[in-house]
Design a protein around this ligand. Sequence first.
Ligand SMILES: [Zn+2]
Length: 59
Amino acid sequence: MERTASCLCGELRITVKGEPTRVNMCNCNECQRRSGSVFQIGAFFDEGQLKSIEGRSIV
Ligand SMILES: [Zn+2]
């Protein structure tokens, strides 16, 4: 299975293949600040699962 994630404006996109090695959810203060929500949920993949990174970050 292939998965593509993008930022809200669509400029940055990352595509990975396969299943995540880890999925976690956290509600610590830093994750709340980073996500702007009560919880942050993250999916992690091995570097070998990376298929493409597209776009350019302006930061
Ligand atoms: Zn956290």
